[in-house]
Design a protein around this ligand. Structure first.
Ligand SMILES: Nc1ncnc2c1ncn2[C@@H]1O[C@H](COP(=O)(O)OP(=O)(O)OP(=O)(O)O)[C@@H](O)[C@H]1O
Length: 491
């Protein structure tokens, strides 16, 4: 959108009431200064602190009229049609007098054809004014503008300190790219903080930038920023998922270089509890080298009764501004399994989610995870919704060995001191989580006895565990049968 062109058109058309929701007051003033340069109209600004100030003179002319009604009366008396930027008028919109005066000016009753522009962070108009208003959204700064902003902040810092700012070129390029989606005011505040924190701009500023950006954008509170993404090395097995991600990484991160390849959109990970679906979501983000944001579908309903859809919409829009990122929808079945009993909310949520998944253009890769396939709506499983549906089964003997090795090493124990094939054989039917639990429990036994963990203690712990696959054998078997016809094995 070209803001200046749009504003110019509105002013030329003598639009009586314009609403602009922004905190970037300077940008509004600059834009209108530009517009009046072409359309020669008096430009005024009003704030409760300064009153009315005429801005299109070399020496601004000020009329201190702090009272809102008197200000509006003064505006009505002006006989030359002018543009009036009214900052933070929102609290006064509750008064009958303010509303009536505004309506009279806007409807040009006893007044010249002025253009009133209401500017503020959030503006809610009463019905009678809403109908007469035109809302303008200022477009967000583009790459070039963000690069300029970063440069100007660096220069300001250098001027202030008399030193040269240390800038890592590649990090600065990524910072500029990741500032996209923010307003100028927010971007400037974050850049200042990044510079002032360590008097430099380097690679360690990127995670801090993503965190700051996330906090600004997560107004719904439904998203969680996952600081610890995993690497593929932290996940045993899931070979197909790892390969799938590695092949798509370059296209996901730099889509423009591969015009014939569709950017990857998302995968659904279905599977047995505790087999590493959550870990895989973290590793996919690590594999793509993108931040991971989790959407808590379970609380979407509880937390915002009656506002579910709006909050989902806001949350998904926020993820687009964080792009490139991975959006992890944990336990997706919990959010979509309402059937007809919730007044149709879960059906509408599903509809919105599917449309968004199909249509959004930002590089947001969705990883949805689910345990209970019988609760998943069939629309979600239809071809083309996800790029792939992976089934995460109980680990094979080889993978179980890998899981033991991984978790022993994590606790500074050497797998070479253990009989790995024997451990793998004893843990037939165990999930990764259960293997990890057995190691933890054996470590406690060791601490209370011989001191160090050995094969016998570990075997004891395994023998003492009844895995879920045994306790819920029928469910696991049914899940496998269901998945074999519909999913790609993750391993
Ligand atoms: N393939 C694996 N490799 C390494 N560790 C694993 C693996 N699978 C499970 N684990 C261990 O088990 C823990 C729990 O697994 P995770 O939460 O990823 O399983 P899940 O499938 O998401 O389970 P749930 O459905 O119960 O949420 C992990 O944090 C990890 O320590």
């Amino acid at each position: 959108m070209n803001d200046l062109k749009d504003l110019g058109t509105l002013v030329r058309a003598a639009t009586p009431l314009i609403v602009i929701e922004t905190l970037d007051e300077q940008r509004v003033i600059d834009s209108f200064r530009h517009v009046i340069g072409q359309h020669l109209r008096p430009l005024w600004r009003w704030t409760i602190t300064d009153g009315l100030t005429r801005l299109d003179f070399e020496q601004p002319e000020t009329h201190v009229v702090p009272d809102v009604s008197r200000t509006l009366e003064a505006i009505r008396e002006h006989d030359t049609a002018g543009i009036y930027l009214l900052f933070d008028l929102q609290p006064y919109l509750g008064y009958a007098m303010t509303r009536r005066m505004l309506r009279e000016i806007v409807q040009r009753q006893r007044s010249a054809p002025h253009t009133l522009v209401l500017v503020g962070a959030k503006i809610e108009l009463p019905d009678e004014l809403e109908r007469l208003a035109t809302t303008v959204r200022l477009s967000l700064p583009d790459l070039k503008a963000m690069a300029g902003l970063l440069r100007s902040e660096a220069v300001a810092w250098q001027r202030e300190t008399g030193r040269k700012l240390e800038v890592d070129g590649e990090a600065a390029r990524l910072i500029v790219r990741n500032l996209l989606g923010l307003t100028r005011v927010d971007a400037r505040r974050i850049v200042r903080k990044l510079i002032h924190d360590d008097d430099a701009l380097g690679p360690d500023d990127l995670p801090r930038l993503m965190q700051a950006k996330f906090e600004l954008l997560n107004r719904s509170g439904l998203l969680h920023f996952e600081y610890d993404t995993a690497g593929f090395a932290d996940v045993a097995g899931l070979a197909r998922v790892k390969q799938w991600v590695q092949r798509r990484r370059p296209v996901f991160l730099g889509g423009e270089n591969a015009p014939r390849l569709d950017p990857p959109k998302g995968v659904l990970l279905l599977g047995v509890q505790g087999c590493g679906k959550s870990l895989a979501a973290k590793a996919i983000a690590g594999g793509f080298g993108a931040p991971l944001v989790r959407l808590d579908f379970g609380t979407l309903y509880n937390k915002f009764h009656g506002e579910t859809e709006r909050n989902l919409r806001e949350a998904l829009q926020s993820t687009e501004l964080l792009a490139p990122c991975v959006l992890w929808i944990d336990e997706i079945e919990k959010g979509l399994a309402g059937g007809g009993e919730d007044g149709g909310v879960s059906r509408r949520v599903l509809g919105y989610l599917l449309t968004w998944m199909a249509e959004h253009k930002a590089r947001v890769f969705v990883v949805a995870t689910a345990n209970a396939v019988d609760q998943l709506p069939p629309e979600l499983l239809r071809k083309g919704r996800f790029d792939e549906i992976f089934f995460v089964d109980l680990p094979s003997a080889d993978v179980r060995e890998e899981i033991f090795a991984l978790h022993l090493r994590r606790r500074e124990l050497d797998p070479a001191n253990f009989d790995m094939p024997a451990l793998a054989a004893l843990s037939e039917g165990f999930s990764g989580a259960e293997i990890e639990q057995a190691i933890v429990s054996a470590l406690y036994d060791a601490a209370g006895g011989v001191g160090t963990l050995n094969q016998a203690l570990l075997e004891n712990a395994l023998r003492g565990t009844r895995p879920l696959s045994v306790l819920m054998a029928e469910r696991v078997q049914a899940l496998r049968e269901w998945a074999s016809a519909r999913c790609v094995p993750a391993d």
